[in-house]
Write a protein that binds this ligand. Structure first.
Ligand code: AMP
Ligand code: ZN
Length: 470
């Protein structure tokens, strides 16, 4: 398999990526702020992260992914105040909707979905560490701030010009622009509306609540350790959110927080960023109401490289619906056919090589998708010849299944198969990790577990293939 390479926002170059321990990728993804159902812009980012996760697993690595749920921040408190509710009353139903939407879009479940409000003690401890190092101070407004001029590398991710830094000036909001590169709030003194919304906790600095950036640093380090392999999110998170996460984490530990930073570009509507405040959002409920399948949305999203902007339109979704119909018809045909031709086997091999190469080179999903459609054209032509080469047909099915296990763009119907695929891919990743640490007994027991479910596996230079034998 070709080496896996990924664009690292920290160095702004495409670099080889592998987990530090050689087998499990510690992967942190900034999750939704749960005051409102996530919109399709948010889901473009979560789909890019799903693609990344699936490619990492296909490479044979284990993935330990955290996606946090931000359930306390400025926006949530504002919403709670408007509705005369507590933050928990606002966020609980939204968390539920998030998981329903995620499952609809076939975004694989992460290993952890921590809620910020369950990690307040860790957040307080982190602020104390920063205080001990002289990086945090309590201001006269009762809040605790991070002193960016005491942290010389502040701005390294967003390449903030140091002249822009206004030492001593403070910004209290969770979101702010580069023009406001100032000391940011770690712990915010309680206001009456925070008390009313039950968004306050006791702390050494009095009653208050955490700043948004602090939440991710504390949860990431608690669950994944002080140095993680990969940290991802939408491009708007680079500043201030990720810059501040780095400052808080590295300021406290003196260690690299994340080895790799990966950011997905925006989803637009009519040329502007899809965003609540612009008022141009649509969500999964809208998709469902319009009969747009998960397969179609995934095809639409993966047809553009994750580092390019993508414009949502009815026409584009219709074209994707049509495209995945072709994929679904082809999937059905592959199951029905009895044999193929040697050229079909060759095309299958070509698909695997081209798709794996494309995905290995900075997640080039559009190229992988293109290879899949070329394969479908060739394969349909070959199948029309009604050949008797069973092995060729089996190769075609396997190649198709392997590529689709990453893109997941076959329209509804084969739900059972999908669940099986996900399970098998997970087992294969565990087996690869076991082999890497030379634990052949563990690797063998995975093979046995697969055989018990009627799954045969075969190792090849392009990875491990599998097929259902009965
Ligand atoms: P939020 O719920 O606002 O914290 O955002 C959750 C994720 O969605 C973050 O990674 C954002 O960067 C991402 N995001 C927000 N708007 C868009 C958009 N229009 N296109 C792509 N990603 C977005
Ligand atoms: Zn975050």
């Amino acid at each position: 398999m070709p080496e896996f390479r990924l664009f690292n926002s920290l160095t702004r170059t495409i670099e080889p990526f592998a987990p530090a321990d050689g087998h499990t990728v510690r992967f942190y993804t900034c999750g939704p702020t749960v005051y409102n159902p996530a919109h399709l812009g948010n889901f473009r980012t979560f789909l890019f992260e799903d693609l990344l996760r699936r490619v990492l697993r296909m490479r044979g690595w284990g993935v330990e992914q955290v996606m946090n749920l931000t359930d306390v921040d400025d926006k949530i408190i504002k919403r709670a105040t408007e509705q005369k509710k507590t933050i928990r009353e606002v966020t609980d139903p939204v968390v539920e909707t998030f998981h329903e939407d995620r499952e609809y879009l076939r975004i694989q479940r992460a290993e952890h979905y921590p809620r910020a409000t369950d990690y307040i003690a860790e957040m307080i401890a982190l602020v104390q560490r920063l205080e001990e190092k002289g990086l945090a101070y309590k201001a006269d407004d009762g809040s605790v701030y991070f002193a960016i001029d005491k942290f010389p590398t502040y701005g390294k991710l967003s390449r903030l010009d140091t002249r822009e830094i206004k030492a001593g000036a403070r910004v209290a909001q969770d979101e702010y622009s580069k023009e406001n590169a100032q000391d940011f709030a770690l712990w915010k003194a309680a206001k009456p509306e925070d008390e009313a919304a039950e968004a306050v906790w006791d702390s050494p600095w009095g009653r208050g609540r955490p700043g948004w950036h602090l939440e991710c640093s504390a949860m990431a380090m608690k669950i994944l350790g002080e140095t993680i392999d990969l940290h991802a999110g939408g491009i708007d998170l680079i500043f201030p959110h990720h810059e501040d996460e780095i400052a808080q984490s590295e300021g406290a530990t003196g260690k690299t927080f994340a080895r790799f930073w990966s950011h997905g570009e925006f989803l637009l509507t009519d040329g502007s960023k899809m965003a609540k405040r612009v008022g141009n959002v649509s969500n999964v409920a809208d998709l469902r109401a319009n009969g747009v399948s998960a397969a179609a949305l995934r095809h639409f999203v993966f047809s553009t490289h994750y580092r390019k902007q993508l414009n949502l339109s009815g026409d584009a979704l219709e074209a994707s619906t049509e495209a995945v119909r072709r994929v679904g018809d082809f999937a059905d045909r592959l199951e029905r056919e009895q044999g193929g031709t040697p050229a079909l086997a060759e095309a299958a091999e070509g698909l695997l090589v081209e798709a794996m190469n494309a995905l290995a080179e900075d997640l080039n999903a559009p190229r992988a998708t293109g290879a899949l459609f070329e394969f479908i054209t060739t394969a349909n032509r070959e199948l029309d010849l009604h050949g008797h080469d069973v092995e060729a047909l089996v190769r075609a099915r396997e190649a198709f299944r392997q590529v689709n296990s990453v893109l997941d763009i076959v329209p509804e119907s084969g739900t059972e198969d999908r669940v099986l695929s996900e399970w098998v891919e997970g087992q294969l990743a565990a087996r690869a990790a076991a082999r890497q640490r030379r634990d052949f007994a563990a690797a063998d027991s995975v093979r046995k577990a697969l055989e018990e479910k009627g799954i045969a596996i075969e190792d090849s230079p392009t990875g491990t293939r599998w097929k259902k034998v009965h």
